[in-house]
Ligand binder design. Structure first.
Ligand SMILES: [Zn+2]
Length: 506
């Protein structure tokens, strides 16, 4: 597949005509005629693993990331309205970026907010900074003991200082009102529009809170979504069963699958490894063993769901493959059942081979590799497993689905395509393990046709072809034939989903 210059005719959301046109792209639809001189059309770009509502929360909420002083943070907070009932709720502070690197205190907040409760999550999500009013509402005082797996920091007089770590955060957060339906709706819309502006026409939304599903469905039915959403519902603790979720099929919103976790992340040494970490004397964390995954996935498959499991370390990839192999061999997962491994970061070659043999979909995030390369080198040292194995996946017959894991990384798919094709760690000049680089054509396939294969919709999406859904992204550059360093500088000129222009550059 190559980007094309053509006159594309659309009727009722499908492509009905494609004629070569040497001067760019012209789209003719019920909306009229849109001309893009010199431009190129590609099938609408897909992000096959992301967290849509979290992106909306970030874009609409009180964000304190990368601020370099306490004063700056207090100033921004002062001018922000409350977000959760009468609580001021924000996230992203990090005292390591301040001149005074000691933890802030309740008193710092009390000076600005004597009367309204304030709860500010640290950038890593592992602690919260709370004011006195917030602690009063939660009934916290000098006598409150630390909960299991949590710490309440105390000052020299033994009073709680305002910092709550890990499980201690729950002592406060249980008093904060949940988001309203209206806020959930706004978060979804804001994030969807941001995706559309990046040329995205469809996302595979991961770890979706089942309580939000009615809002997603309502937005999809009312035609308010500019992108299509394949939803993978939280399932680690049987949340889907508790809420009585079932698969649902729709043009813009599909409840497609369940999402499990086999291990943690590499940065915090939570990824489960076969050999111990090079920089620590342990093997990481297994969050679900293979028998439990087998049983939980079986229940989901019986209900009609696809199965997606997070696996970062080589041990986690191995155990997920053991469970998936058994599901296939016992006929529980038939040929139509989609089984996916999310991340596939560190892998033994034998497990890549097994993925192909048992038809398992691979969903890597190329951009994680270039953001995390320096950390990954330290964690991994020398071992007989492949890190971020994209070329290896393709050479074994797999078709990795492109994705970003946003908002952990930027939602811009062109940055993911760039990472796939250059593999140059951020702030560096040389590719890391260049033998795992893939071609520009493969990278485009990964973000289009192959991504649709990971949700079983490749028969009608992911190609510019007659009768295919008119999901189209218009770019100012031919990202397959251009010099590789021009991919990053490419601009999205317009995005169409179901034949309707959802975004165009001014
Ligand atoms: Zn994720």
């Amino acid at each position: 597949m190559n980007p094309i210059q053509a006159i594309i005719t659309i009727e009722r959301g499908r492509i009905v005509g494609i004629e070569p046109y040497p001067n760019g792209v012209i789209i003719i639809s019920e909306q009229g005629r849109h001309e893009y001189p010199g431009a190129y059309a590609v099938p609408g770009l897909v992000d096959a693993h992301c967290h849509l509502h979290v992106l909306g929360e970030l874009l609409n909420g009180l964000m304190l990331y990368s601020l370099s002083s306490k004063e700056e943070i207090l100033n921004i907070c002062k001018n922000h309205s409350t977000l959760r009932g009468d609580w001021l709720y924000g996230m992203g502070w990090n005292q390591e970026l301040w001149t005074d690197k000691s933890y802030p205190t309740a008193q710092d907040l009390d000076e600005v907010f004597p009367n309204i409760p304030v709860y500010l999550r640290r950038a890593d999500g592992h602690s919260a900074w709370v004011n006195t009013k917030g602690m009063q509402i939660a009934g916290i005082d000098a006598r409150t003991p630390d909960p299991d797996g949590g710490t309440i920091l105390k000052d020299e007089h033994g009073n709680p200082s305002g910092i709550f770590i890990d499980n201690a955060m729950d002592l406060i957060s249980m008093y904060i009102p949940a988001l309203t339906q209206e806020q959930i709706r706004e978060n979804i819309i804001t994030a969807s529009k941001a995706c559309s502006a990046f040329g995205i026409t469809e996302v595979h939304d991961m770890d979706v809170n089942p309580e939000y599903l009615p809002v997603f469905l309502e937005l999809a039915e009312s035609g308010a979504l500019p992108i299509r959403i394949q939803s993978y519902v939280k399932a680690q603790n049987d949340e889907w069963i508790e809420h009585g979720c079932l698969p649902a099929v729709g043009e813009f919103m599909r409840i497609a699958g369940l999402k499990f976790f086999a291990d943690g992340a590499l940065g915090s040494r939570g990824a489960a490894m076969i050999e111990p970490y090079a920089d620590a004397d342990h093997h990481g964390l297994i969050l679900m063993d293979e028998n439990t995954l087998f049983e939980k996935a079986k229940l989901g498959i019986d209900a009609g769901f696809s199965i997606a499991t997070h696996a970062i370390g080589d041990k986690a990839n191995q155990l997920v493959m053991n469970a998936y192999q058994q599901l296939r061999m016992e006929g529980i997962a038939d040929d139509h059942t989609i089984l996916r491994i999310e991340h596939n970061q560190i892998m033994k070659e034998i497990d890549i081979e097994r993925m192909h043999h048992f038809d398992i979909k691979s969903i890597p995030q190329s951009i994680h590799c270039i953001s995390d390369a320096n950390m990954a080198k330290v964690r991994l040292g020398n071992r007989n497993s492949i890190a971020y194995p994209w070329r290896s996946l393709i050479d074994h017959g797999l078709k990795p689905a492109g994705s970003s894991d946003f908002p952990i990384e930027s939602a811009n798919p062109l940055l993911g395509i760039d990472a796939y094709c250059r593999r140059i760690p951020m702030q560096e000049k040389e590719a890391w393990m260049p033998e795992e680089i893939i071609t520009q054509k493969e990278a485009l396939l990964s973000y289009t046709a192959w991504a649709h294969e990971a949700s079983g919709l490749e028969y009608r999406r992911g190609a510019l072809a007659i009768k295919f859904d008119a999901d189209i992204t218009i770019l100012d550059t031919d990202i397959v034939s251009c010099p590789v360093d021009a991919i990053k500088k490419t601009n999205v000129l317009a995005t169409y989903s179901a034949g309707i222009r959802r975004f165009h550059a001014e």
